[in-house]
Design a binder for this molecule. Structure first.
Ligand code: ADP
Ligand code: MG
Length: 688
């Protein structure tokens, strides 16, 4: 449909600079975008409904004779007009009306109205219906097709959308689209027919089917869109693989030396994933693997095993974490693990300045740092690696695809593409994984290390706050530690910090016998790190925090977490937070405080969390209650925005999508045409 993509909206009648700006906000830049802007619902102006057959909430046209029209003085003055057609009587109600209108609507006048029946004092009523008066002989014509109602919030009226879409459909007639898929039964519905059908359905269209998004025309479009996204990701993967990679033979001694000093056995799941990774690394093509594992499943050890295989062959490894706190945690951990093996661990984050930074950069450049741990500082321009072989990315959902790609540019050209290991603690439902990570192979750590006691979760009304505070005193008196997490809906760090400060003051006063500390995003990185270190060392007993502690922090002695306003957070985020306790053998608890009254959705969310400690079950539930963008955290990154497809609704298409994608992927012209049609200039997936 390249032709239609080449026709910008400026070329359409009625589009001036102001309308153009508004259309841009909808992502509508050209004629094809307009065609992909599908109606939300339809009005049926194709037939007259007998008044006796009107249904509550279903728009309809009626025709009848005005029986009586009068002004009613109730709570609000209104013009009331009763219309009859032999099958029943309906009331028209106008809160705003002119004297002329009142005069028009005299008894005996024939009238045609369009509106939505509501329940009124005397049966069904139409509020402010559109209407027209009919002469004795006149029979006004009816529409042949249903009338589209377009999604619109930016001040573009329905009549404007309709005119624009009619123009776009006219252009579609002049520039027939190329059918790009034939492999699937849905492809029997040509693309242009599907678009025409959905913009202007025939009178007999099954609206309930369209309403559910299950009409073949919709499925046809969703299928092709999902296919295009899948192909875009496969293309990224192919491009990476075409560059090749260094072959890293299996480790002869570092891995076993590491395991000997660990003090625990790898779980069966860890062993399986480690051998999947080891097998990838041996090949002369880049590993592109996603490791999913619930909080506490032991992903870090798996990452260490992968790193050792590369280091043993003389290559450097970069490990990137999303926050400085988490990076620091990894740094301390890996130093403890690797230095006894005679290996050196480097460190690079934004806060590292001056001489220390220069030293770090030098150690990375001359290869002295065999493993480098840091934040996105690791792939800034100024960082040169001596010989990068493997990039490990922890907590993938916090990184944009661009950032992931930037790190992969750091290998020497003759070494091809670095191997890449992505670890995520957000268990991703299968449907999402197939779509969002089609470019990655997946391994799952589906077993927790032995000896963990599952966290016991309770849901408590904030009115019982005093009881919880008493409980904290009790827990700390027994030598254990406690987190108190403050949340806000607003993304604003400032407001979050404020809420945390208030809780901090409150708890300090209520629990004078305890060492209480506060950590939030507005503090200096060094300050944050010091506070965390003191908490880890057991110097403070109660840590009041914002959600900055969400990922990775590991304090096995903490056995209680209180989360304030838990109803405001997403399920997966709550599950992540909760994973900060229950890290040792001590029985641990999580108290979800909520502000009454809870919405139904809120109650359901908190219940899901109380009833399950399985991250996958929770993620599926989260997907159901909140939708994929929130679950993946992709709202910020702009990744995976579909025009038509809906991963929940169309999830059942994904198996077929994958199959067709595998067939099409070899035909690069066809593949690129599909990508161009659906993703156009959007380049998230490009640039490897
Ligand atoms: P996550 O998957 O959330 O990143 P970590 O890698 O931080 O989990 O591991 C959580 C804790 O479990 C760490 O203290 C780690 O040392 C410990 N651990 C990991 N694997 C095992 C195992 N097989 N047996 C016992 N403890 C383990
Ligand atoms: Mg981790």
């Amino acid at each position: 449909m390249t032709d239609l993509q080449a026709i910008s909206i400026d070329q359409l009648k009625g589009v001036g600079p102001r309308l153009r700006e508004k259309l841009y906000k909808y992502g509508v830049f050209n004629a094809q975008d307009l065609l992909f802007h599908l109606p939300l619902r339809y009005q049926d102006r194709t037939r007259i409904t007998p008044i006796g057959a009107l249904q509550l909430g279903v728009d309809a046209i009626i025709e009848g004779e005005v029986k009586v029209a009068d002004i009613a003085f109730g709570k609000r003055r209104s013009l009331i007009c009763k219309v009859q057609d032999g099958t029943g009587l309906v009331t028209l109600r106008f809160f705003h009306f002119s004297a002329a209108q009142k005069k028009q609507l005299t008894a005996g006048t024939r009238i045609r109205c369009y509106g939505e029946p509501r329940r009124g004092g005397a049966g069904l009523e139409l509020y402010h219906p559109e209407y027209q008066l009919l002469d004795e002989q006149q029979t006004a014509t009816l529409d042949e097709r249903l009338t589209p109602v377009y999604p619109s919030t930016e001040g573009i009226g329905q009549s404007v959308w309709r005119k624009l879409c009619v123009q776009a459909l006219g252009l579609l007639d002049k520039h027939p689209v190329t059918e790009l898929i034939s492999q699937h039964e849905l492809a029997r519905f040509p693309l242009s027919d599907a678009l025409r059908y959905l913009h202007q359905p025939p009178a007999k269209a099954r609206l309930s089917l369209i309403g559910e998004g299950l009409h073949p025309a919709q499925r046809r479009l969703a299928f092709e869109e999902l296919l295009a996204h899948n192909l875009a990701m496969l293309k990224t993967r192919q491009q990476a693989q075409a560059r090749g990679a260094v072959a890293l033979p299996a480790s002869q001694h570092l891995q076993s030396a590491f395991q000997k000093q660990l003090g625990f056995q790898l779980t069966g799941a860890q062993q399986r994933v480690c051998s999947e990774i080891a097998a990838d690394l041996r090949l002369g093509r880049p590993m592109l693997r996603l490791v999913q594992g619930d909080v506490g499943s032991g992903k870090t050890v798996v990452a260490a095993m992968a790193a050792l295989q590369a280091i043993e062959q003389g290559f450097q490894v970069a490990l990137m974490a999303p926050t400085e706190i988490l990076a620091e945690q990894h740094y301390l951990n890996f130093k403890q693990w690797l230095e006894p093996l005679g290996l050196s661990v480097g460190w690079l984050v934004g806060k590292l300045k001056g001489k220390a930074r220069q030293q770090s950069l030098a150690a990375i450049a001359n290869g002295e740092a065999q493993l480098v741990i840091g934040t996105h500082a690791l792939f800034q321009e100024e960082v040169a690696y001596q010989r990068l072989g493997l990039a490990i990315i922890d907590e993938q959902h916090r990184f944009g695809v661009h950032q992931r790609l930037a790190l992969t540019q750091k290998a020497r050209p003759e070494d091809g593409h670095p191997h890449q290991l992505v670890m995520t603690a957000t268990p991703i439902p299968r449907t999402l994984a197939m779509t969002a990570y089609a470019d990655l192979d997946t391994s799952i750590i589906d077993e927790l290390p032995p000896g963990r006691t599952p966290v016991n979760t309770v849901v408590i009304d904030n009115a019982r706050r005093a009881q919880i505070i008493e409980r904290i005193a009790h827990v700390c008196a027994s030598g254990q530690q406690v987190y108190w997490v403050c949340t806000l809906i607003e993304e604003s760090e400032a407001l979050q910090a404020q809420a945390a400060e208030a809780a901090f003051e409150e708890l300090k006063t209520a629990l004078p016998q305890l060492q209480v500390a506060l950590v939030h995003g507005r503090q200096k990185p060094q300050e944050k790190a010091d506070i965390m270190t003191a908490f880890k060392a057991g110097q403070t007993q109660l840590l009041v925090a914002t959600t900055v502690i969400e990922v990775g922090v590991d304090v096995p002695n903490a056995s209680l977490m209180v989360i304030e306003n838990a109803e405001r957070l997403g399920l997966s985020q709550l599950h992540q937070l909760r994973g900060r306790v229950g890290r040792g053998a001590i029985e641990s608890h999580c108290a979800l405080l909520y502000q009454a009254p809870l919405s139904r959705n809120g109650r359901e969310r908190l219940r899901a969390l109380r009833e399950s400690t399985d991250g996958f079950v929770i993620a599926e539930k989260d997907l159901m209650l909140r939708g994929p963008g929130e679950v993946l955290g992709t709202r910020q990154t702009g990744l995976m925005q579909f025009r038509i497809a809906d991963l929940q609704r169309d999830g059942d298409l994904l198996d077929d999508v994958k199959q067709v994608a595998d067939d099409v992927a070899g035909d690069s012209a066809l593949r690129d045409a599909l990508i161009q049609r659906w993703l156009g200039e959007r380049t998230e997936y490009e640039g490897v």
